[in-house]
Design a protein around this ligand. Structure first.
Ligand SMILES: NC(=O)c1ccc[n+]([C@@H]2O[C@H](COP(=O)([O-])OP(=O)(O)OC[C@H]3O[C@@H](n4cnc5c(N)ncnc54)[C@H](O)[C@@H]3O)[C@@H](O)[C@H]2O)c1
Length: 253
């Protein structure tokens, strides 16, 4: 296997489980030192130990992404140990907690949605980008959603937060290209993870019937896209949204 990430440190937010864990694992297999981040401490420890077995260095940040001061302190500790982060994946995310109809969404749920997906990603990028600029190199991948591209029949606060992340992707790509930093987004369709399984396997199966190939994705299929974008094979991509979604929907030109 090629190891294009040897000598690079990767931070994947929300990486104790699901898509983030799969991305961290694949980056480690290809040589990156890994910074795992999540609030699920048990799963974080188990993932850290599995990735350490691959023979790379691993650090963990067990911090709520909404706590900017704690994130900063944990990040500074991590950089002191492993060095500046060159690869950032903004993956931490939350599904719907309460009702999804516009008139019923609570202020708390709305604020949490934007605090985790948008403000969280923004503040992590603010921490990481100065180190990338020092190196004159960086790759950022934001995990958005097909719902941020075309919406859905409920959960507009989720769709809006993911659309905001796509907007950040394009703006950061333009702002940061002169510094050697390339920024892309991934907009997955339905993926079988703890987030979607919270609604039960029948709901995951039903959502998968909306796509052209009639199945859900495995987290590794999303991770493959992230690895591609950060590897030398993806060197000509910036400001783009790649859509591993089984054709749900077919977007753009
Ligand atoms: N599963 C899907 O079908 C799907 C589809 C499109 C996009 N996505 C996006 O992919 C990303 C990963 O989701 P997943 O499906 O793997 O779900 P997941 O629940 O397995 O993973 C998300 C991780 O983020 C962590 N997290 C949540 N809030 C946090 C906080 N405040 N601070 C720190 N960590 C926090 C969770 O603990 C969890 O481990 C999310 O951004 C999600 O919106 C998922």
């Amino acid at each position: 296997m090629d190891r294009p990430f040897v000598g690079l440190v990767a931070l994947v937010t929300g990486s104790a489980d699901g898509i983030g864990k799969a991305i961290a694992y694949r980056l480690a297999e290809r040589g990156a030192s890994i910074v795992l981040h999540d609030v699920k401490t048990d799963e974080l420890g188990a993932t850290a130990s599995a990735i350490r077995d691959l023979g790379v260095e691993v650090a963990t940040m067990a911090v709520d992404i909404r706590d900017a001061a704690a994130m900063r302190a944990a990040y500074d500790d991590t950089v002191a140990r492993l060095g500046d982060v060159a690869l950032l994946v903004n993956n931490a995310g939350v599904g719907l907690m309460g009702p999804g109809d516009l008139v019923d969404v609570t202020e708390e749920d709305f604020d949490r949605m934007f605090a985790v997906h948008v403000k969280g990603a923004f503040q992590v990028a603010q921490m990481v980008v100065p180190g990338m600029k020092r190196r004159g190199y960086g790759r950022i991948v934001n995990i958005a959603s097909n719902r941020g591209q075309v919406g859905f029949t409920s959960g507009s606060h989720y769709s809006g937060a993911k659309a905001a992340l796509i907007g950040l992707t394009k703006a950061w790509a333009k702002e940061l290209a002169p510094a050697g930093i390339q920024v892309n987004a991934i907009a997955p369709g339905v993926v079988k993870t703890p987030m979607t399984m919270a609604h039960g396997i029948d709901a995951v199966h039903e959502e998968a019937q909306d796509n052209l190939i009639k199945r859900w994705a495995d987290p590794n299929e999303i991770a493959a896209t992230a690895v591609f974008l950060m590897s030398p094979d993806g060197a000509y991509y910036t400001g783009q949204v790649l859509c591993p979604n089984g054709g749900d929907p077919v977007v753009g030109i």
